[in-house]
Write a protein of this length. Structure first.
Length: 344
C-alpha cells in the first residue's frame, strides 16, 4: 500500500501517519515526490484494514498495491492447479465437459439426458435440483428428489455430478449426492454461502456473478479457500452489458485474464453466456481455443419441452456435433502446442 499525502500536508501529519503504520507492526518508507510526499507501507497490508488512513489529516488518498486475494492468486501459487473431482482432473491436458439439462425435471428426462451426455463423451452430468429462478412463479426444481435422480444417473453412467446449491441449509444434502457443488452467478457474493461451502470441503464450481469484476470473482474464490477448501474451479458464464441480443455478454477475455491472475482452472458456459443454442458451438470452440480448461453446456432430450432454458439448450444431435468439434479442436491445439503461451 502507498499513501499519497496532499501537497499541504505538514511534517506533523506525516509523523502521525507513520506512527499509525508502525503501531500495527508495519514499516513505513517516506518518499519525496515532486509536489507531495508518499509513504510506502511495507508488510502484510491486512493489518491496515481497520485503519481509515484516507481519513487522516494530510492524506490525499491511498492505493493498494498487492492484491486482496492471496490463496487464489498466481503470485502466491505460481504453478497451475489441477483440481481432482472424484478422479476427474480439471486443469490438466484434456478439456473437461459438463453437460446436461438446466434443471432436473423428472426421472425419465434425467436418465435420457444422462445416456446422451455419456455417449457424447462428457465427464460430468449437470442439472439443477435447486433452481435460482428470476420469478418465484417459475419452476423451482425438484430439490432432494432431483438429487436422488442425479445420483442414480451417476450409478448408471459413471458420469460425475455437478449441481447447484443455493442456500446454506441445503449444503449438507447437496454434498451428500454431488461430486461438485455449483455456486451460481446470483450467489457469487453470498459470502455466508461461500464460507460454508468452503468448510464442507467438496470441490466447488464458482460461476461469475451477473455483473462481477474479475477482482470480485477472485475474492469470492478466496472466501471459499480461506475456509480450507482449495478445490475451486471458475466458470465464466457471461456478464450483463448494454447488449440485449444475447442473454449475457460472454467475456472470453476472462479466460486469459484468470489464467494470468490465478492458478485455478477456468471453464466456460456458452449456454448461459449467450442464451441461444445456435451460438453455443462457436463460443464453445472459442473458449477451448482461448485456453479454457473445459465447458459447461445445457443439453436437453427435447429442448422445446424444457421447463427452463430450452432456447439455449442443445438437442442431442447438436450436442454430438459440438462434442465432435471440441475433440478435433483440442487435438489440433495440443498437437500444434498452440496453448503453450498460457502461463505454464
Ligand atoms: C445454471 O448453471 O444452472 C445457472 C443457473 O447458471 P447461472 O448461475 O450462471 O445463471
Ligand atoms: Mn439454465
Amino acid at each position: 500500500m502507498v499513501i499519497i499525502m496532499s501537497p499541504e500536508a505538514t511534517q506533523q501529519n506525516i509523523s502521525e501517519v507513520v506512527e499509525v503504520i508502525k503501531g500495527v507492526g508495519l514499516d513505513a518508507k517516506i518518499m519525496e515526490g515532486a509536489q507531495q510526499k508518499i509513504i510506502g507501507v511495507i508488510g502484510d497490508k491486512t493489518k491496515m484494514a481497520s485503519i481509515p488512513v484516507d481519513a487522516m489529516q494530510g492524506v490525499d488518498h491511498s492505493v493498494s498495491i498487492s492484491k486482496s486475494y492471496k490463496l487464489a492468486s498466481r503470485e502466491f501459487h505460481p504453478q497451475s492447479s489441477i483440481i481432482n473431482v472424484s478422479g476427474i482432473e480439471i486443469g490438466g491436458d484434456e478439456p473437461i465437459i459438463m453437460a446436461g439439462p438446466c434443471a432436473v425435471e423428472s426421472r425419465e428426462q434425467l436418465m435420457e439426458a444422462a445416456e446422451i451426455i455419456k455417449a457424447g463423451g462428457a465427464q460430468f452430468l449437470r442439472g439443477g435440483a435447486y433452481k435460482p429462478r428470476t420469478s418465484p412463479y417459475s419452476f423451482q426444481g425438484l430439490e432432494e428428489e432431483g438429487l436422488k435422480y442425479l445420483a442414480e444417473a451417476r450409478e448408471k453412467t459413471g458420469l460425475k455430478i455437478v449441481t447447484e446449491v443455493t442456500t446454506v441449509e441445503a449444503i449438507e444434502k447437496v454434498a451428500a449426492y454431488a461430486d461438485m457443488l455449483q455456486i451460481g452467478a446470483r450467489n457469487m457474493q453470498n459470502f455466508g454461502l461461500l464460507k460454508e461451502v468452503g468448510k464442507c470441503g467438496k470441490p466447488v464450481l464458482l460461476k461469475r456473478g451477473l455483473a462481477a469484476t474479475l477482482d470480485e470473482w477472485l475474492n469470492a474464490a478466496e472466501y471459499i479457500m480461506n475456509e480450507g477448501n482449495p478445490n475451486v474451479v471458475f466458470c465464466e458464464r457471461g456478464i450483463r452489458t448494454y447488449e440485449t441480443y444475447t442473454r449475457n455478454t460472454l467475456d472470453m477475455s476472462a479466460v486469459a485474464a484468470i489464467k494470468h491472475l490465478s492458478h485455478l482452472p477456468i471453464i466456460v458456459d456458452p449456454s448461459h453466456g449467450t442464451g441461444k443454442w445456435r451460438m453455443v458451438k462457436p463460443m464453445a470452440l472459442a473458449a477451448i481455443a482461448a485456453g479454457a480448461d473445459g465447458l459447461m453446456m445445457e443439453v436437453h432430450p427435447n429442448p422445446a419441452k424444457a421447463l427452463s432454458d430450452g432456447s439455449q439448450s442443445l438437442t442431442p444431435e447438436h450436442y454430438r456435433d459440438v462434442m465432435s468439434g471440441i475433440q478435433k479442436l483440442s487435438k489440433f491445439l495440443k498437437d500444434e502446442k498452440l496453448l503453450s503461451f498460457v502461463e505454464d
